[in-house]
Design a protein around this ligand. Structure first.
Ligand SMILES: C[S@@+](CC[C@H](N)C(=O)[O-])C[C@H]1O[C@@H](n2cnc3c(N)ncnc32)[C@H](O)[C@@H]1O
Length: 268
């Protein structure tokens, strides 16, 4: 594991206890569906499918997929996240398998191959090499298996809020050895991050690299959708979406931008 990924791991290990307090776990335990409307509408019928959830964090979404009838394996590099996911599974009786490891090691760690590989909201910016990531996705799918991702749109991710304005601040693509460095005071659910773990490294991946990587790895594109809402308030000036307050949009005073994308592809 390189030093960037080690720093990110320390960062995520610190977020887990914070997110165990702020994620709506009690609501989830009483039957609430954690999937956001975009993936809930697009993931399709997964009843009976073997699903691999990459970067599953504390397992709430993984177990939301179990409730839809899937047989789920979740993978995350954070031991605390995997432990929390297993505890949630044990407590709810929603059975799933959780594996600790780096995304890039998945084909070595998990021998099974899947009908669906699934990853959503805040995943690929943590990964240096999108071509290698796409080859992992392809390797984990059975022939005919599907891949699904929903995440922040690369156009949104170059922006930042400064003095109440949206400004273009970040590069649209980064190389594996030159990530962006962030030192964030709070995590995305609003809690303060401990100072010793607030550093992290992010990579920008253009849509062309994401799609090109998947095509080169042997997948065919089923759909690409761009959305004017996103699953977290990326900048403070975003407002909750009227129809679905868990999603955020730009205020009406600003011209619209694509804030998230979702993509389905099949291994042929
Ligand atoms: C924003 S969270 C994903 C959120 C998730 N969709 C949910 O439902 O909560 C990103 C996750 O990626 C994991 N992660 C980051 N880099 C990773 C890597 N190289 N390999 C495996 N997991 C990684 C983190 O531990 C974290 O749990």
């Amino acid at each position: 594991m390189n030093t960037y990924t080690q720093t990110n791991l320390k960062n995520w290990e610190c977020r887990v206890p914070l997110h165990l307090k702020s994620y709506p776990l009690e609501k989830f335990k009483s039957g609430w569906d954690p999937l956001f409307p975009i993936e809930a509408a697009e993931v399709g019928d997964i009843d009976g499918l073997n699903v691999l959830h990459l970067q599953c964090h504390i397992g709430m979404d993984s177990l939301g997929l179990v409730r839809r009838g899937a047989k789920v394996t979740g993978l995350d590099f954070s031991p605390s996240a995997v432990e929390a996911a297993q505890a949630l599974s044990d407590e709810t009786g929603l059975l799933a398998t959780f594996v600790q490891g780096d995304v890039y090691a998945t084909p070595k760690l998990i021998k099974k191959r899947f009908d669906l590989v699934y990853t959503t909201w805040g995943t690929i910016t943590w990964l240096p090499d999108i071509t290698k990531w796409a080859s992992v996705v392809a390797a984990m799918l059975k022939r005919g298996g599907r891949f699904y991702i929903a995440d922040g749109h690369p156009t949104m991710l170059v922006m930042e809020e400064e003095d109440g304005h949206l400004v273009h601040k970040y590069p649209w693509k980064t190389m594996p050895k030159s990530p962006m460095h962030f030192d964030e005071e709070i995590t995305y659910t609003g809690e303060p991050m401990p100072q010793e773990a607030s550093d992290s490294y992010d990579w920008a991946h253009p849509l062309s690299s994401i799609i090109g990587g998947l095509l080169d790895a042997g997948l065919r594109l089923d759909f690409l959708h761009e959305h004017d809402t996103v699953a977290w308030p990326y900048v403070n000036l975003m407002v909750p979406d009227g129809d679905e307050p868990r999603m955020y949009r730009l205020p009406d005073t600003l011209p619209p931008l694509p804030l998230s994308f979702s993509l389905g592809a099949t291994k042929h």
